[in-house]
Design a protein around this ligand. Structure first.
Ligand code: SF4
Length: 811
């Protein structure tokens, strides 16, 4: 529980009265969930034992007491592991698990564990106060997880000393609270001086701001489909900032793109340059902030975590960083590294002090990366959430809950373990054997029932899989203990990797609100995939914790589809379609319908597609982006682009960020026009502006439906069942999103003009036309279906020239 201020009442837990704990030596070798689990197991073992021995023993004894202090009241609560009710006195027992080698445990004294002893002594104080001052004797009971030995110490309890300690802590909490209250007064008065005006008022932005303000007022969610140029960032952020400041709330702006994070920061800097009202910070991913050459959080292996809490306290780094205005994650990294402190842990300490956090979508939605502590500590109702690029979230949601496990992975680990002699490896080998047998059974089932198919689907046996994962976990814990005892340090441990994979599987299996299917294929000697065809139930659970969530994108069309896929509740969600801010006559959409781009016909139509590309460019030479459904298709068509009037650049599958930047630099230089051949959904199709002359046309070859894989077919069947239109949900709508994203590279500013050419007969069909956004079809003639595409394009470019000559561009 976090310290909670409620007027003049302050609610806190005994743990909030303790000084910062340092990392327990060697404990970092055990991943957190296991440490907690082992500790709890040890605790309940000791408690149960004690209950048998003494009938006066009360386990998990809850204590509460209120203490007036200055002009406030501290309400302290806690749960003591065990209390003995003796006739004249109470004895309390605080049970702690430790990991120490046998020699160290033999000689350990309670003074060496001040965190544990202080906790027991504060419990004694609290117990005494809740029992009319009766005599209390505190004990600390230690259980060593390394050798299963236990020790019990009677602690010296001096009420005055403990009281002084508690009062000192009350004072520091009181001072911090007063400081926060003063800051709030300053914030409220500074709020009046902030200018939330936009640099330029755009009609779509105004619509967004009004809709967001209403949603916040009514405690509803808001889905916004708004094309490029709307000014979505400010349109969402400004009403949220106003609301957050006046209601004492915080904002998490979830966006994965660095450029977008920068835009959020710029908006904040413009509104509140000195952070008088809002403290804002961009959250860094652990992988990026890690200062150690190898990401392995063990104090013997990483100097940045060794004695971390103690050194952090001495360095006063958190205070210094909080005093800085405009702190970025890079600044934090530098400062932490200078003090040789882990930047990730420093960031964790700071996060709760900020009013606006900007970070990756995974922090909110990925079960393995989400910041439950951050939101949970404050309470989700204290947070407002903005999700940018929300169109990508349904796919991410499915990825969070779908897991692949191949026999190859299991056998690779089995091979590594084969030579290990210690008994602890027998447990791991036995756990792997269960999985081998399960794979054998799946293979057999496939042979008997599905002989002519390369893969088959089945309902995942939840109990069996959970039990097999549990057996592996038990063996894994024994293995961890073995590592600790022997001080084995192993970065990138494959046992640990497999354990985390099983954790993902069991997490998914526990989600009752999501449909799951098993898929078994012959690939890699047998591959099992747990498939989540639809993550909307899981996403809904996450979203509904927040009072208001605004999700936005340029491609949330059709909104019904996205609302269903994102899990936004129909009874509590507003929806907004924002029209394009750009004049419709700045672009022309031409559909070339006489060429089949279907998979079976492609080899016959490569030359025809190449001809359309060539001719489109010939009508008006300049930079063009040509998008294909895949690399093979791109490569084959490019073989026929011999006489293209511009230079051809091809995206390659393995292309890295560096190369991408080089290509963009070439295009920007404008020495010779370029046709960039790229793939839909790839690195050139999203998140890049090709404004001005960087692109005067986008050509899209075929609708780029997702391939007919077994997994996609499971999706189709699921959505057919749930929404009655499996084809649209599994194939057409995802394809439409990629088309709109790719075409959206073209018109980025009021001055931009260009053509969008869609090649393929399917684009002329009604069900594919539905995929085109409304703002492409504002007036008759905006979209033309014609085999005489040259004439249509020529007409558009000549019309534009005429307008420009007359000097009255419609913008
Ligand atoms: S620097 Fe931090 S994140 Fe990196 S290995 Fe050390 S403790 Fe882990």
């Amino acid at each position: 529980m976090a310290v909670r201020w409620d007027g003049r009442d302050i609610y806190l837990n005994v743990r909030d009265l303790l000084p910062p704990a340092d990392y327990e030596r060697l404990a970092a070798n055990i991943p957190l969930p296991q440490r907690g689990k082992m500790g709890r197991e040890a605790q309940s073992y000791l408690q149960n034992n004690r209950r048998i021995q003494k009938s006066l023993f009360i386990a998990e004894c809850v204590v509460n007491h209120s203490y007036p202090y200055r002009d406030v009241t501290f309400h302290v609560s806690g749960r003591i592991d065990g209390v003995y009710k003796m006739p004249q006195r109470l004895e309390l027992e605080e049970i702690k698990s430790v990991m120490m080698n046998a020699g160290a445990f033999r000689t350990v004294r309670p003074e060496a564990l001040p965190h544990f002893t202080t906790q027991a002594l504060i419990y004694a104080y609290l117990l005494q106060d809740s029992n009319q001052g009766v005599e209390v004797i505190p004990y600390l009971r230690l259980f060593n997880l390394i050798n299963d030995k236990e020790k019990r110490f009677r602690l010296k309890y001096n009420r005055q000393t403990v009281e002084r300690m508690i009062i000192a802590r009350f004072e520091s909490l009181y001072t911090a609270g007063e400081k926060e209250a003063r800051r709030n007064v300053v914030r409220q008065s500074a709020l009046r001086d902030l200018h939330f005006d936009l640099p330029e008022q755009r009609p779509g932005q105004k619509m967004m701001m009004d809709a967001a303000a209403q949603a916040l007022l009514q405690k509803e969610h808001l889905l916004v489909s708004a094309p490029t140029g709307t000014g979505k960032t400010a349109g969402a952020l400004i009403p949220f900032l106003k609301h957050a400041a006046t209601h004492g709330l915080k904002i998490f702006f979830a966006t994965s793109r660095t450029s977008q994070q920068e835009q959020v920061l710029n908006t904040l800097r413009r509104i509140d340059p000195h952070e008088t009202v809002f403290r804002y910070f961009t959250v860094g991913a652990a992988g990026r902030l890690c200062a150690n050459p190898v990401f392995f959080c063990h104090e013997s292996f990483c100097p940045y975590i060794d004695t971390f809490a103690q050194r952090l306290d001495q360095s006063r780094l958190t205070e210094q960083l909080l005093a800085r205005k405009g702190l970025t994650r890079d600044d934090l990294y530098q400062a932490a590294v200078e003090k040789r402190l882990c930047p990730v842990e420093v960031q964790n300490k700071l996060l709760r002090h900020y009013d606006v956090l900007i970070g990756d979508i995974n922090y909110v939605f990925d079960p393995m990366a989400s910041r439950k502590n951050l939101f949970g500590r404050e309470g989700f109702d204290k947070w407002l959430l903005i999700v940018d690029e929300a169109h990508g979230l349904p796919d991410r949601g499915r990825d969070y809950l779908s897991v692949t496990l191949s026999r190859h992975t299991l056998e690779s680990l089995g091979f590594e373990l084969a030579a290990e002699k210690s008994k602890v490896y027998d447990g791991l080998r036995a756990a792997l054997d269960l999985w081998y047998k399960w794979f054998d059974a799946r293979e057999e089932e496939g042979r008997v029932h599905y002989t002519d198919r390369e893969a088959y689907a089945f309902d995942p046996p939840v109990k069996e899989l959970t039990e097999m994962a549990r057996v592996f976990e038990a063996a894994y814990i024994a293995y961890l203990m073995h590592k600790v005892r022997r001080n084995i340090i192993r970065p990138n441990d494959p046992v640990e990797a497999l354990y985390y994979l099983f954790r993902r599987i069991t997490f998914s299996l526990r989600q009752e609100e999501v449909p799951l299917k098993g898929l078994f294929s012959a690939r890699d000697g047998g591959t099992f995939r747990l498939v989540c065809p639809d993550a909307s139930g899981y996403l809904r659970n996450r979203l509904e914790r927040f009072t208001t969530v605004l999700a936005m994108s340029a491609t949330l069309d059709p909104l019904d589809y996205y609302q269903n896929m994102l899990g936004f509740p129909p009874d509590n969600t507003r929806r907004l379609f924002v029209p394009s801010p750009f004049p419709s006559d700045h672009k022309k959409v031409v559909i070339v319908p006489h060429i089949s781009t279907r998979y079976k016909d492609r080899h016959k139509t490569w030359p025809l597609v190449a001809e359309v590309i060539r001719e489109t460019i010939a009508v008006k030479p300049g930079n063009y982006l040509v998008f294909f459904p895949g690399f093979d298709y791109l490569q084959n068509v490019s073989l026929f682009l011999g006489n293209c009037p511009v230079e051809i650049i091809r995206q390659r599958p393995e292309m890295q960020e560096e190369e991408r930047r080089e290509i963009l630099a070439i295009i920007k230089k404008k020495e010779t026009p370029v046709a960039l051949l790229a793939v839909l959904g790839g690195i050139f199709a999203e998140g890049i502006d090709f404004s001005g002359d960087m692109a005067i046309g986008v050509i899209i070859v075929g609708p780029g439906l997702p391939p007919h894989t077994h997994e996609r077919e499971l999706m189709r069947a699921h959505f057919e069942n749930v929404h009655g239109d499996g084809d649209a949900y599994a194939y057409r709508y995802p394809a439409g999103q990629k088309i709109i994203q790719a075409a959206g590279r073209l018109i980025r500013t009021q001055q931009d003009t260009g053509v969008i050419v869609l090649i393929g007969e399917r684009f002329a069909e009604e069900k594919y036309q539905e995929l085109l956004p409304d703002y492409w079809l504002e007036k008759p003639g905006d979209v033309e279906i014609t085999a005489d595409y040259r004439a249509a394009l020529l007409d558009f470019w000549q019309g534009l020239e005429r307008k420009n000559r007359k000097g009255h561009p419609s913008s």
